[in-house]
Design a protein around this ligand. Structure first.
Ligand SMILES: Nc1nc2c(ncn2[C@@H]2O[C@H](COP(=O)(O)OP(=O)(O)OP(=O)(O)O)[C@@H](O)[C@H]2O)c(=O)[nH]1
Ligand SMILES: [Mg+2]
Length: 333
């Protein structure tokens, strides 16, 4: 009989060490986790899944389950337009959860995030902000789906949006064990993980979608972990005169190339190294760049890092590891 890893959903196997679900044949009978999950859980090792996630297959599968609802999780720090396309692929009854509220500065109120989402990404009455880490609004959401008599709920969304962490917190709140593996590298969950919460409600965790334009495609995984904020971030604001730039670690350079001063507020990990330099200093100019014209307050999103609010009109030049990371939206704040 096939047995699944309770941490990531892979079928346990001893044939190929490089494939998902591997455990040594000597321990396969008594194993509940695959080797990769065991390493992540016990040693914090960032082993990466060697399997391409079949996003279309996942969506087809869920859409064919007509008694189901989906809850789409969105990382509050990386809300981009791409999300819209994915949400629209689901035909089921939908809920939206904006996750990781605990890392967003308290000055950005929940209503602001939700209104922004409704007006710019997807309009729905079923949107909540949550934090699994702070146990914020998790019960409210469970009560909502219980009231709506949802029988099967799929947790979907991009990788790292916090799906498995969220399900673990639901399990904990019901005095069950938080068994699912979570990590800050992409593709932690490998396959569907079905958990019957009670006679009425079954929840299914799913593998996250990969965003081709996110930072984890362009830097190594240990950097992904370091770059992302772990706690409520403190906004760093710089007044930047013409001919000056701000450099962040070895990953980002933003230059004011217009003739007036501008103001850059960084909504990203404040523990990174921020440095104001003159534009003639060539630091990081080796990276690909793009020029952005700003006509009204704009958020420049660096997909997977956070965003920079640029408050004044003018042109800026953004250098980072790949130009595909860079998009803009009218400022949320
Ligand atoms: N600060 C904060 N971090 C969170 C929260 N929820 C999840 N995380 C972190 O986000 C990272 C990704 O979490 P996962 O639960 O593994 O994400 P996932 O959506 O299941 O990812 P895949 O399985 O790859 O699709 C981990 O480092 C979590 O600790 C939250 O509410 N607040
Ligand atoms: Mg997961």
């Amino acid at each position: 009989m096939t047995k699944k890893c309770i941490g990531c959903g892979s079928i346990l196997q001893s044939d190929n060490i490089n494939k998902d679900g591997f455990v040594k044949s000597s321990v396969i009978d008594k194993s509940t986790y695959c080797e990769r999950c065991f390493k992540i859980k016990h040693y914090g090792e960032y082993s990466v899944l060697d399997k391409k996630i079949d996003t279309d297959g996942i969506i087809r599968n869920i859409n064919s389950d007509n008694i189901s609802s989906v809850v789409f999780l969105v990382d509050a720090l990386t809300m981009t337009d791409t999300i819209k396309k994915y949400i629209n692929k689901f035909k089921n009854n939908k809920y939206i959860l904006i996750t990781k509220k605990d890392i967003i500065p308290k000055s950005i109120k929940e209503k602001k995030l939700i209104d922004y989402f409704k007006n710019n990404i997807y309009n729905s009455d079923n949107i909540l902000c949550i934090s699994s880490v702070k146990n914020y609004n998790i019960d409210k959401f469970v009560n909502m789906v219980t009231k709506d008599k949802v029988r099967r709920l799929y947790i979907v969304g991009f990788t790292n949006s916090g799906k498995s962490t969220f399900l673990n917190h639901i399990l904990t709140s019901l005095s069950k064990k938080p068994i699912i593996t979570t990590s800050s590298v992409p593709n932690t969950t490998a396959s569907f993980i079905t958990i019957k919460l009670n006679e009425r409600l079954t929840i299914v965790d799913t593998p996250g979608f990969i965003d081709d334009n996110a930072i984890y495609n362009f830097v190594d995984y240990s950097s992904v972990v370091k770059l992302y904020p772990k706690k409520e971030l403190r906004v760093k604001t710089f007044q930047v005169r013409s001919g000056y730039a701000i450099v962040v670690n070895d990953i980002l350079r933003i230059e004011n190339i217009s003739d007036k001063y501008n103001s850059f507020s960084f909504y990203m990990n404040d523990k990174l190294r921020y440095e104001k330099i003159k534009s003639k200093n060539e630091k990081l100019t080796i990276l690909p760049s793009s020029t952005i014209d700003i006509t009204s307050p704009t958020d420049v999103i660096i997909n997977g890092l956070g965003f920079i609010r640029v408050s004044k009109e003018g042109s800026i030049k953004v250098y980072t590891v790949d130009s595909r990371l860079v998009t803009k939206r009218s400022s949320m704040i």
